[in-house]
Structure formats: structure tokens, C-alpha cells
Write a protein that binds this ligand. Structure first.
Ligand SMILES: Cc1cc2nc3c(=O)[nH]c(=O)nc-3n(C[C@H](O)[C@H](O)[C@H](O)COP(=O)(O)OP(=O)(O)OC[C@H]3O[C@@H](n4cnc5c(N)ncnc54)[C@H](O)[C@@H]3O)c2cc1C
Length: 561
């Protein structure tokens, strides 16, 4: 006979979702806000199948890979002592990889890719989120800038859906000196003596994730090119040439806080054959504007997915765990915490799917100048805000689970927490993204355009107190942002506030016309806490009941209050 405490936890375990798509009804609602109903209906069977695969195949495989001694291992040489540069993984990685690649990640249009990454990240990075993002970026770079010959040689194997046959991409920009300052890259490219148009790379890359990839995207400076980012070209470096390792050496794999199933290496190039993607002079534009921007967008899809999983874990646990004679879900502070997690996740998905609409227009070649400018700002602010919030949200979920939240095999939360922290530094740290937006805003006059876009969206909505609050927030922000353009110390905070106003606008648009909906309650809660500078929950008699309405579908209010 088990104790009641154990039985309650066993009930929680039995109730854990077996399909993350079915457990995320909001995803379908958000997709319907952006796409025609019949498009979403056609997409749903694939998302449902993937939601089941992530819960039933990828998640257990991610747990297995996380165990002590199950991480990637460098195999520097083969049995004869010949340089091998291969990486060995636990078999669980391929088990998960087959389920992920089967979904047809790279033939899919932007909204489907976004939804797949969101669902995949329910299992954290899991060894495959980074390869997904890097390969998606390489596919876009080849499609948009690759010569017909390069496309013919390298694109088809990236699109294969059989995990064992498919080739994967990676992106190596960061070097030991400079770090974020990619303009300091010292890796050099010299023309190859034998193959016309090909180059040879010499130099070292300091952070190389998906070190097992078949095709590396590498920034390097052609001999004689100017200093800074202007002199960088973007190369495709095949892992093997004629079946042999292509002139590179893996110095070591890094031992990391998170994303531990992923092989991240230090790699030295010693004459590797490299093929330019696009014109040499456009290298940084392609590496940052196409490859990194794809990763920034998919990073945000992943952050939203991490948050959703954190909410599922915390809400489920709170319904079953009893303390001081009642379910902990009845305690007002637990309820407030859950409502914050839920609202943040909805806000992250709202801004990320709004961004996905811009990515979709760019992919289809139908983007006008305004779309290009909005994307330029939103892709950076959205990655900055969603990645930082994901860490806070997973931390909050760990709090709901109490001490159990810190135990490795009790829930995925410790793993998700470590992964979320790594997501924060990928594709640009917060400061670096904010600085990029500050520079772009000054150069392309982005802020008036973004503010006008948000105001236009708000004006099109049914007028409500929430709409008025967000409009007032934008009015207050405008002069501060203009001032902040010359004040790096303050611009990060102001940009964060602008992004919160953007998220509120997107949430209100999703809820428009249905004031009674869960989305409208979530938007109201988010706006009160994040947008009203003078908001005081103590003076708000409706605060507790608003929390109840936010949670109504998942965590019922206590019977007696
Ligand atoms: C696990 C992992 C895997 C990675 N994989 C890859 C990969 O595959 N390919 C790749 O190219 N890179 C990869 N990276 C590198 C990642 O993109 C960098 O860590 C990131 O770009 C920051 O560079 P850095 O770590 O050198 O930090 P630094 O550039 O040294 O920055 C240190 C601090 O200074 C701040 N800072 C820097 N410049 C400014 C500024 N102008 N204003 C204000 N503050 C500033 C930063 O915000 C940060 O807080 C990986 C990183 C990690 C952790």
C-alpha cells in the first residue's frame, strides 16, 4: 500500500500529456489567427503526429541522453590512429532524430516550421533543436544566395526526411577573440590552387555546435579583404571531401551547463575546402541576415515551447500535490505564479507567430519595405525578450514543484532550465541584440515605423480599456525611445517595454471580438501587470478573480474562497 503522497504523484504522472499538440490548444488558435482555417486543418494531422512523437519518443530520449556519461564523445582518431574527427552519440539521439526528421522540417513553410520547433522544445533542446535551426538557416541561405551549382550539390541532402540519410547544417561564426564582435574574425580564406572558385580556410572557431554536421556555414576573411564585418565572406564547408575529413581538427568538445545532448566543439581549420555562398562581399549580410536571423526566430519558437512545457508541468503538479490539507493549486500565491507563467507563454507565442508572419512573407518573396523593416527589429527584440523570459518562467515552474523541482528524474524542469540559459546566449546575447536594434533604428529610422504599425493594429481593434492602456503605453514610450537611441544605458529597458507593448497588441488582436475568451483574460492580466506603470494589485479588487479566469480551463478555482 503506497502512501497518499506517492499516489497523488503517481496520478500526476499518469495524467502527463501523451501528445503536446493536443495539450496546447492555444497553438491551434494562434495559427488560426494567422492562417486560413483550411490551411490549419490540413496542417493539424502533422502537428498532432509530431506532438505525440515529441511526448512519447523525443522526451524519453532526451532524458536518456542527459544522464551522466550519455553525452556526446569525441573520437579523434580511428583504430589505425588516422585522424577521424567524428563524434559518437548515445543511440537515444538517433531514436529522437528519426522522429524529428520524419516531420519534414525543411520542406515546410514558416508557420509549420515555427509550430514544429515550438512542439520540439517541449522536450528542451533534446540534441535536435539546434541542428533544426542551423539546417533551416543553411537551406534558406542556399535557396536565396547559392549558385545553381552549389544548390544542386548541397541542397538536396539537407531536405531528406530520413534521419540516417539526411545531411545537417551548422553555423560557425564565433571566435575566441571578439566573441560577439564577429568583425574581429581572424579565420582566413585563400583561393584554392586546384578547384576554380573554391577556397581554403585557416583559423579557429571557438563555439561550434552541431560539430557532427555534414555542412558547416563558416565566416572567414578572404586574403586581402578589409577588416571588420565588411571583409567577411560566408562559406559552405563540407565535412568530408572524397570520403575524408575536410582539413579540420576538433580540438575538444565543450562541457556545458545546458543543451548537453548537443556536441559543441572548438574546431581548427587547416586548409579545409570552402565554397562561397553568394558574393564574397555579401558574406556578413548572408551569415547574419539569413542564417542568424533564421536561428533567432526559431530560438524564440523554442523559448515559447520551453515555457509551455514548464506550464504543463507546474499546472499538472499543482492540481495533484496536496499540502496543509488542500491542493497547492488552491493557494493564491501558487495560482498567481501559474497565471504569470501562462500569460508569459501566450505573449511569447503571440509575438513569435507575428514575427513568423513576417518570415513567411520574406520566404515567399512578397515582403514590402515595411515588412523588411519590421522584421529587422522584431527578430532581435523578440529573441532577446522571449529567451530571457523563458529562463524566468522555467524557474517559476521549478518553484511550483518545490524541492522536487530540483530533482533530475522527477520532472524535465532542471534540464529545461539549463537549456533555457543557453538559449539566452545563442545567436547574440541580450545586450548585443539590443545594441543591434539601437544601431538599426538610428540607421533605418525603424522606431516611427514600428510605433505606427502597432498603433494601426490597435486602432483596428474593438475599443476596450486594455486597448487604451497599450496605446497610452506607446505614447509614453515614444519620446523615451527617441532619447534612448543616444543612451545605451537605458535603451535595453525601453526596448524591452516596447516589446511588451507589442506582445500585448498581438494578444489583443488574437482575442479581438471575443471579450469572454481565455485569450482576452490572459491579455488583460498581462497588460495590467506589464503595461500599466501605476498598476497596484493590492488596489485591484478584481485581481484574484482575474487570475481564476486566466487559469479556468486548466486549474479550477477553489470550491470555497
Ligand atoms: C553552448 C553554446 C553553443 C554555441 N554554439 C555556437 C555556434 O555553433 N556557432 C557560433 O558561431 N557561436 C556559438 N555560440 C556562441 C554564442 O553565439 C556566443 O556565446 C555569443 O554570441 C556571445 O559571445 P561571447 O560568448 O564571446 O560573449 P562576449 O562577446 O565576450 O560577451 C560577454 C558579455 O559582454 C556583453 N557585450 C558584448 N558586446 C557588448 C556591447 N557592444 N554592448 C554591451 N554589452 C556587450 C555581452 O552581452 C555579454 O554579456 C555558442 C555559445 C554557447 C554558450
Amino acid at each position: 500500500m503506497e502512501s497518499e503522497g506517492r499516489e497523488a504523484l503517481a496520478r500526476w504522472e499518469a495524467e502527463r500529456p501523451e501528445n503536446f499538440y493536443e495539450a496546447a490548444p492555444n497553438l491551434g488558435r494562434v495559427l488560426r489567427a494567422h492562417l486560413d482555417g483550411d490551411v490549419v486543418a490540413a496542417l493539424e494531422p502533422r502537428l498532432r503526429a509530431f506532438g505525440a512523437a515529441v511526448a512519447q519518443v523525443v522526451e524519453p530520449a532526451a532524458q536518456t541522453q542527459e544522464r551522466e556519461g550519455h553525452g556526446p564523445r569525441l573520437v579523434p582518431a580511428d583504430w589505425l590512429g588516422r585522424e577521424a574527427n567524428e563524434i559518437e552519440f548515445h543511440p537515444a539521439r538517433a531514436t529522437a532524430g528519426r522522429a524529428v526528421w520524419e516531420a519534414g522540417l525543411f520542406g515546410a513553410p514558416a508557420f509549420e516550421q515555427a509550430a514544429l520547433m515550438y512542439l520540439l522544445a517541449h522536450a528542451g533542446e533534446a540534441g535536435h533543436a539546434c541542428p533544426f535551426a542551423c539546417t533551416a538557416g543553411l537551406v534558406r541561405a542556399l535557396r536565396e544566395h547559392g549558385s545553381p551549382d552549389l544548390q544542386a550539390r548541397f541542397l538536396p541532402p539537407l531536405l531528406v526526411t530520413d534521419y540516417e540519410q539526411a545531411e545537417r547544417g551548422s553555423q560557425f561564426l564565433t571566435e575566441v577573440q571578439g566573441g560577439s564582435d564577429v568583425g574581429e574574425n581572424a579565420t582566413e580564406a585563400v583561393p584554392d590552387d586546384l578547384e576554380p572558385g573554391a577556397w581554403r580556410l585557416h583559423g579557429e572557431k571557438w563555439f561550434c555546435s552541431v560539430a557532427d554536421a555534414d555542412q558547416f556555414v563558416v565566416t572567414a576573411r578572404p586574403e586581402g579583404a578589409p577588416a571588420g564585418t565588411d571583409g567577411l565572406a560566408c562559406f559552405l564547408v563540407p565535412r568530408r571531401v572524397d570520403g575524408h575529413s575536410n582539413g579540420f581538427r576538433i580540438r575538444r568538445l565543450k562541457d556545458k551547463l545546458g543543451t548537453r545532448a548537443l556536441a559543441t566543439a572548438e574546431i581548427e581549420f587547416e586548409g579545409a575546402i570552402a565554397h562561397p555562398i553568394g558574393e564574397l562581399d555579401d558574406g556578413f549580410k548572408i551569415a547574419a541576415g539569413v542564417v542568424l536571423n533564421t536561428s533567432r526566430w526559431l530560438n524564440a519558437c523554442g523559448s515559447a515551447g520551453l515555457m509551455r512545457r514548464a506550464y504543463l508541468e507546474a499546472a499538472g503538479f499543482a492540481r495533484h500535490r496536496t499540502a496543509f490539507g488542500q491542493p497547492i493549486a488552491d493557494f493564491p500565491l501558487v495560482r498567481e505564479n501559474l497565471a504569470i507563467i501562462k500569460a508569459e507563454e501566450h505573449a511569447a507565442l503571440a509575438s513569435t507567430m507575428a514575427l513568423t508572419g513576417l518570415v513567411d512573407a520574406l520566404d515567399r518573396g512578397s515582403a514590402d519595405d515595411e515588412t523588411v523593416s519590421l522584421h529587422r527589429l522584431l527578430v532581435n527584440t523578440n529573441k532577446y525578450v522571449t529567451s530571457i523570459v523563458a529562463t524566468h518562467v522555467v524557474h517559476r515552474a521549478i518553484e511550483v514543484l518545490g524541492g522536487n523541482g530540483t530533482i533530475e528524474d522527477f520532472s524535465p524542469l532542471p534540464r529545461l532550465y539549463r537549456d533555457a540559459i543557453v538559449f539566452e546566449s545563442w545567436e547574440g546575447t541580450h545586450n548585443v541584440l539590443v545594441e543591434q536594434v539601437r544601431r538599426d533604428s538610428a540607421r533605418f529610422d525603424l522606431l516611427p515605423l514600428v510605433l505606427a504599425d502597432l498603433r494601426g493594429r490597435l486602432t483596428a481593434l474593438t475599443p476596450t480599456d486594455e486597448v487604451a492602456t497599450v496605446s497610452a503605453a506607446l505614447d509614453g514610450l515614444q519620446p523615451r525611445l527617441e532619447w534612448g537611441l543616444a543612451e545605451p544605458l537605458h535603451f535595453r529597458r525601453q526596448l524591452g517595454e516596447l516589446h511588451r507593448a507589442a506582445q500585448a497588441t498581438f494578444l489583443l488582436a488574437e482575442a479581438d471580438g471575443d471579450a469572454e475568451s481565455e485569450k482576452a483574460e490572459v491579455a488583460a492580466f498581462f497588460i495590467r501587470r506589464r503595461l500599466r506603470r501605476d498598476y497596484d494589485p493590492e488596489a485591484d479588487g478584481g485581481y484574484a478573480s482575474l487570475i481564476d479566469r486566466v487559469l479556468a480551463g486548466d486549474v479550477p478555482a477553489p470550491v470555497e474562497r
